[in-house]
Design a protein around this ligand. Structure first.
Ligand code: HAM
Length: 422
């Protein structure tokens, strides 16, 4: 083979694709049930949007973006995440003028140039939801509830939510000063990366996998929240407690994007190893202003589809799961393709899924392929049958067969399936 897929990307097909559709379907039904409607934004945006929204000092912006110039020399970037794009679309389309809360969900590919490993890809997929226009902690609770529910509808056992508050522009600058002073005492124990970025964005140290020991000794932001952030955080916990949603407070959780204010959370899966976050989100009350809009508070989350699919429990209650067809039409001889296609069309109109095998290969191979496709029925079209507008229909389960007029095939299959209780 001359070509292989780019590093950190996946081909999706077969059973995995079927499961993917099934999971997506469940999630869409779930989020729609909370009143969220779909939004689709371009997979690339002006590079500045992500620099402004996600933050210059983050790994995503400083190391991981797929950035290119178009033919007019404009800098564009394949989206590394979708919250910035949703906010851009929300403002650009004047949706803020509507007032109230706007609720959106999305799904699609994201791109980050990171070192690929289990659960970490360069093209991955997220499904997410954003609620824009409210500062009420009840909406944070709604978002946390949805992000947990997408796993319960896929048969996961209860998962752990890590919860923190990362403050706001009122309390964070003062906390950063406290942190910088504290970090000065650990100079030698910090990794080079943290030593360098410590002065620009000291909170990033909480994200560092290498500086685990130092992190535990640093002051916690939750001990330095302003009154508003403190009250928001307490109220959110009261609501979660009232709803029976379990969570663990994690003062070291900061998330890898700079737009967060107040609430930050992640859902963790113990089986995922180093990349153990199934999903993450939080409040981003300053993002609309960073994007050139007014003060519009918002909160949201995104879940990684690959990580969800990779940890899907064995007990996943698959729906379409198997991708089977109902019927396989097998042509015998070399004429009659048109009639076979036309019969397939009629059967599909009656709601059946139909595969046609018009090839010249042996009957054994054709029957083998029909069973592999999971066909419950094989319909044989030979020269004699074609002349009489009839076909031989074989029930692949019982082996019984009948010669039927074209019009009778659909009802026959229905009756046979009813008898089997399908
Ligand atoms: P994030 O934590 O960067 O947040 O990504 C959310 C989820 O996407 C992660 O928990 C993980 O499951 C998945 N993910 C991220 N990077 C990769 C990767 N390289 N390979 C595979 N999966 C990955 C955000 O993107 C925010 N936009 C979430 C948000 C929405 N906050 C507010 N609204």
């Amino acid at each position: 083979m001359k070509f292989s897929r780019p590093r950190g990307t996946n081909d999706l097909f077969g059973e995995r694709m079927e499961r993917w559709h099934d999971v997506e379907g469940r999630i869409v039904r779930l989020v729609r049930g909370y009143g969220y409607s779909e939004i689709r934004t371009p997979v690339f945006e002006m590079t500045d949007l992500f620099i402004r929204a996600v933050g210059k000092a983050t790994d995503i912006v400083s190391k991981e973006m797929y950035t290119f110039s178009d033919k007019k020399g404009r800098s564009l970037t394949l989206r590394p995440e979708n919250t910035a794009s949703v906010m851009r679309a929300f403002l650009e389309n004047g949706l803020h003028r509507k007032g109230g809360i706007s609720r959106f969900y999305y799904m699609g590919p994201m791109f980050r140039y990171d070192r690929p490993q289990a659960g970490r890809y360069r093209q991955f997929h997220q499904v997410g939801a954003e609620a824009i226009g409210s500062s009420n902690p009840a909406v944070d609770a709604e978002i946390i509830d949805i992000s947990l529910s997408i796993y319960s509808v896929c048969g996961f056992p209860p998962l752990d939510v890590r919860l923190n508050s990362v403050g706001c522009p009122v309390c964070r600058p003062a906390f950063k000063e406290i942190l910088i002073r504290s970090l000065a005492g650990y100079g030698d124990e910090l990794c080079q990366n943290c030593r360098e970025r410590g002065m620009v964005n000291p909170l990033r140290i909480f994200d560092c996998k290498k500086c685990g020991e130092v992190k535990k000794k640093l002051p916690f932001i939750t001990d330095h929240l302003c009154r508003e952030c403190g009250e928001h955080f307490s109220r959110l916990q009261e609501i979660l407690d009232g709803l029976g949603i379990r969570y663990t407070l994690d003062p070291l959780l900061v998330r890898g994007l700079d737009y967060y204010t107040k609430t930050a959370f992640e859902i963790i899966h113990p089986g995922l190893g180093a990349q153990n976050a199934l999903s993450g989100g939080g409040r981003y009350d300053g993002l609309a202003e960073d994007c050139g809009g007014g003060h519009i508070p918002a909160v949201g989350f995104s879940a990684g589809m690959e990580r969800l699919l990779e940890t899907l429990p064995e007990s996943f209650p698959g729906e379409t799961g198997d991708g089977r067809v109902d019927v396989c039409i097998i042509l015998i001889g070399d004429s009659g393709s048109m009639q076979a296609l036309s019969l397939a069309g009629r059967l599909r109109e009656s709601g059946l899924s139909v595969l046609t095998d018009l090839s010249g290969r042996s009957m054994k191979k054709k029957l083998g392929a029909a069973s592999e496709a999971g066909a419950g029925f094989a319909v044989f079209l030979g020269p004699d049958e074609l002349e009489r507008e009839k076909a031989t229909v074989k029930n692949m389960m019982t082996g019984s067969q009948e010669v039927l007029a074209f019009d009778g095939i659909g009802p026959f299959i229905e009756r046979e399936r009813d008898n089997r209780g399908e």
